[in-house]
Design a binder for this molecule. Structure first.
Ligand code: ADP
Length: 248
């Protein structure tokens, strides 16, 4: 599980890097798109005009490459599907139990077995694993890790699916809390500081929200709020769009 998460986090930082690079590249190449024309307007020398054309062509190709790299990194919308929460929790629990420290107790609470969310299975699973592994690491002396799912609605009358991951671990100081979602922020000797950033990106990408409550010595609770999904009466919900643990 850890290895798979590390891989996902490395990919995440790679795509951050690619996004930054292509953005900079696009700006750097900008003059190459305009200046060759300015040059050509100032000279009738065929050789200089030809050089200007070659430069313009390189600029155009470079720009196109930066553009497609950028749209690859931020584009590629991940497909969503209806996911039964009870099934997702079982899949996550299966992965967690394989290396759960004996002093940590795992509890699953799904209010309604038909509770369903519309999301990308692999991504949502990654979010839950990230949060759960953080929770386990925060409980070196053991405690209870709880995954909860329930229907919810807010003051505006909007319906949400609430998923909560809570632990009885060390909790967090104000300082940690205010940096939590920043890339590369970590308090662990071998941490990447990319887990929570990637959770936030995934949840917000699914039009959801992520909230955290924590205090030193009092444990931590992360709440994910995702738009409620009504299962169409005539559409059976797929059991497992991606086999759990298939490495997808
Ligand atoms: P990493 O786990 O690699 O450090 P994350 O982005 O997942 O990266 O977490 C950032 C930091 O947030 C952690 O280093 C830790 O200090 C804090 N943190 C996250 N989850 C918890 C938790 N459940 N309990 C206490 N601290 C946490």
């Amino acid at each position: 599980v850890e290895a798979e998460l590390m891989r996902a986090q490395r990919l995440e930082s790679l795509s951050l890097l690619a996004a930054g690079l292509s953005h900079d590249l696009r700006n750097i190449l900008q003059p190459l798109l305009i200046m060759p024309d300015l040059l050509k307007a100032r000279t009738d020398d065929p050789q200089l005009r030809h050089l200007a054309d070659v430069i313009a062509e390189c600029g155009r190709r470079g720009h196109e490459m930066a553009e497609s790299m950028l749209s690859f990194v931020r584009g590629s919308r991940t497909p969503s599907e209806p996911i039964r929460m009870a099934m997702l929790f079982e899949a996550v629990a299966l992965l967690l139990r394989s290396n759960l420290p004996p002093e940590v107790e795992l509890e699953l609470e799904v209010a309604d077995p038909d509770l369903t969310v519309h999301a990308n299975y692999t991504e949502l699973q990654q979010v839950l694993l990230n949060l759960a592994l953080n929770a386990i690491q925060a409980m070196p002396d053991g405690g209870k890790l709880t995954l909860l799912a329930q229907a919810d609605s807010d003051a505006q009358g909007l319906s949400w699916l609430r998923i909560a991951v809570s632990d009885q671990g060390t909790g967090m100081s104000q300082e940690v809390l205010s940096n939590l979602f920043n890339p590369f922020f970590t308090t662990k000797p071998n941490g990447t500081g990319l887990g929570l950033m990637s959770c936030k990106r995934i949840i917000e990408g699914a039009q959801g929200r992520i909230q955290v409550q924590s205090a030193p010595g009092e444990g931590t609770r992360f709440d994910l709020l995702l738009p409620a999904y009504e299962v169409p009466a005539d559409a059976p919900v797929a059991e497992a769009p991606v086999a759990p643990g298939s490495g997808q």
